[in-house]
Ligand binder design. Structure first.
Ligand code: 4EH
Length: 231
């Protein structure tokens, strides 16, 4: 089995590489891909760079070039739901692109013909995450994640995304990774730890909590990898 673990920013994959200790580095399509054997299973790890386009490229590369059969994403997110505080974990049940807009033709936000407003994450890995949370003594919330090529630092925009998509958190890569995995039939799991509240203080909160929240997410995702391997 080969498992992909991806993030968007270096800070999101650094704790994972640190835990592995030893790995090889391969350059491909303008990015670095790290490979390691972990508990008898092959891993490919990368940070994509920020946004939907780079994350699409990386997810596709991990699957089509490196042969990944499952994909787990680890990173940080802005909270929409008031119940999500900095450091809290959210598991995506389904994801949508909040900046995809052909509403001029009568389509809903997030929809293009032959696509879908929401892409659902793997239910088996979502179920596993509940066990992992129990074992770690941590609480994780399940919810909807909205993705777009914008760092949201605006209450009005955040509330609109929350209303339109029923979203609990927002970020810039999840839904594009979801589209790729769905199209290529690769089960995926997207976890995010909250770094900010996508409001006027978002950039300051983000800078302050990126590293610690990225570690929270990475630790959980590695426990998920353990569970996937054991299953
Ligand atoms: O990969 C991008 C990072 C912000 S942009 C999306 N990530 C972090 C999640 C995220 C997020 N996305 C949209 C956390 N909070 C978010 C928010 N809106 N409020 C970035 C950050 N630092 C340097 C350069 N770019």
């Amino acid at each position: 089995m080969k498992i992909a673990i991806m993030g968007a920013m270096p800070e999101e994959v650094a704790p994972i590489l640190e835990k592995l200790g030893e790995y090889t580095t391969t350059e491909y399509a303008g990015n670095k891909y790290y490979e390691a054997t972990y508990k008898g299973v092959e891993l490919v790890i990368a940070y994509s760079k920020i946004g939907k386009v780079f994350s699409t490229l990386t997810a596709t590369t991990m699957i089509e070039h490196f042969g990944a059969q499952k994909l787990l994403f680890s990173g940080v997110a802005g909270a929409i739901s008031p119940s999500l505080k900095v450091g809290d974990l959210i598991v995506a049940t389904k994801l949508s692109q909040h900046d995809l807009d052909i509403t001029a033709f009568g389509h809903p936000f997030g929809y293009v013909p032959e696509g879908a407003v929401f892409v659902e994450a793997d239910t088996q890995m979502i179920a596993m995450s509940k066990k992992v949370a129990d074992e770690m003594g941590k609480s994780v919330q399940e919810g909807i994640i909205a993705t777009g090529d914008q760092f949201v630092a605006n209450e009005e925009r955040k509330n609109w995304i929350g209303k339109e998509f029923g979203a609990d958190a927002l970020e810039m890569e999840g839904a594009s990774v979801a589209v790729v995995c769905d199209a290529l039939d690769v089960p995926f799991f997207i976890l995010r730890a909250i770094s900010d509240a996508a409001d006027m203080d978002a950039s300051f909160s983000f800078d302050e909590f990126l590293e610690t929240s990225a570690v929270e997410s990475a630790e959980f995702v590695m426990k998920m990898v353990d569970k996937v391997i054991a299953a």
